[in-house]
Design a protein around this ligand. Structure first.
Ligand SMILES: Nc1ncnc2c1ncn2[C@@H]1O[C@H](COP(=O)(O)OP(=O)(O)OP(=O)(O)O)[C@@H](O)[C@H]1O
Length: 294
């Protein structure tokens, strides 16, 4: 636990599947077997093309929806099997989700300070006493002068910084943010991303951010790229790695898929701590060192 009394929580997804039933009665498969582990206190960016399942996975981690199949654990608690009552407690105390668009997370016709008070309504009095004071929280996000300003009169960057303060007001174990910088200027984007890292580090919170922006993704030491409802690849400190899934399936990186059409024969060999994928036709050899290899 860190000095402010908060502690991140580890996440484990095993075979997570999610279907949506459309009005016409068809099933849309949004997630088709997500296996993923995130360590307590880790900060991760989810990337991937539109429709690959990023937002769906975020809502499942936040206990907003329950998966159709598979298991999701936050620490030792299996949230995929929690009662609605326990999920509601989880959402008001342990996990904060910033939905896409700052105003969806705020009460626009009230002040910044009242928004913070509202965010803390679900907390026990004892927890509230231990949480960061409102004035300090506002100052940490650069809004010390806006405490009594109404949200609808604030700029986009100010609103998003307030939304972040509200999300962290409960000292959550897990912060989930869907495209938190998508409608901001470059300056505001960098400010918000910097605050997510700084406050996440100070509070010890586990952080998952969905983003389409390369500038945001590169600020995260770990990226998870979704592809067709699964984890397609992972990035560690700027290097991209394929992920071996259940039953040994490997999704090849996009640039190789583009070069090698379906049906191409490849040879896969293990060479010390490297997996070598070679194409016998043109002697092309691509090697991926194991992320943990020194
Ligand atoms: N409420 C819904 N009803 C039906 N289908 C849905 C619903 N929400 C999402 N989907 C479908 O589920 C799939 C995954 O959607 P999701 O929004 O999770 O992807 P995403 O990677 O976050 O996309 P984007 O980057 O565009 O936000 C898509 O095919 C989408 O059309």
């Amino acid at each position: 636990m860190n000095e402010l009394g908060s502690r991140g929580v580890g996440i484990r997804c095993a075979g997570v599947v999610h279907l949506y039933r459309t009005f016409e009665g068809h099933d849309v498969v949004a997630l088709q077997g997500v296996d993923l582990e995130i360590k307590a206190g880790e900060r991760v960016a989810f990337l991937g093309p539109s429709g690959s399942g990023k937002s769906t996975l975020l809502t499942l981690l936040g206990g907003i929806q329950r998966p159709s199949a598979g298991r999701i654990f936050l620490g030792d608690d299996e949230i995929s099997r929690m009662s609605e009552r326990r999920l509601a407690r989880l959402r008001s105390r342990r996990v904060s989700t910033m939905l896409q668009g700052a105003t969806r997370n705020l009460l626009p016709h009230t002040t910044a300070r009242l928004n913070l008070k509202f965010a803390r309504l679900g907390m026990d009095a004892a927890d509230r006493d231990h949480a960061m004071p409102e004035t300090e929280l506002l100052s940490r996000v650069g809004l010390e002068g806006q405490a009594d300003q109404k949200v609808h009169t604030m700029s986009g960057g100010q609103r998003q910084r307030l939304a972040l303060a509200c999300a962290l007001a409960t000292s959550p174990q897990l912060l989930l943010a869907d495209e938190p910088t998508s409608q901001l200027s470059h300056g505001d984007r960098d400010h918000v991303v910097g605050l997510i890292h700084e406050l996440g580090e100070d509070l010890g919170t586990t952080v998952v951010v969905v983003t389409h922006q390369a500038e945001v993704a590169t600020s995260f030491a770990r990226t998870v790229t979704m592809k067709g409802g699964r984890v397609g690849s992972e990035g560690r400190n700027g290097s991209e790695y394929a992920v071996i899934g259940n039953e040994g399936v490997i999704h090849l990186p996009a640039h190789m898929v583009a070069e090698w059409s379906p049906g191409t024969l490849v040879r896969i060999e293990q060479e010390q701590r490297r997996i070598v994928v070679s194409h016998p036709g043109d002697e092309q050899v691509v090697a991926h060192p194991h992320p943990d290899a020194t």
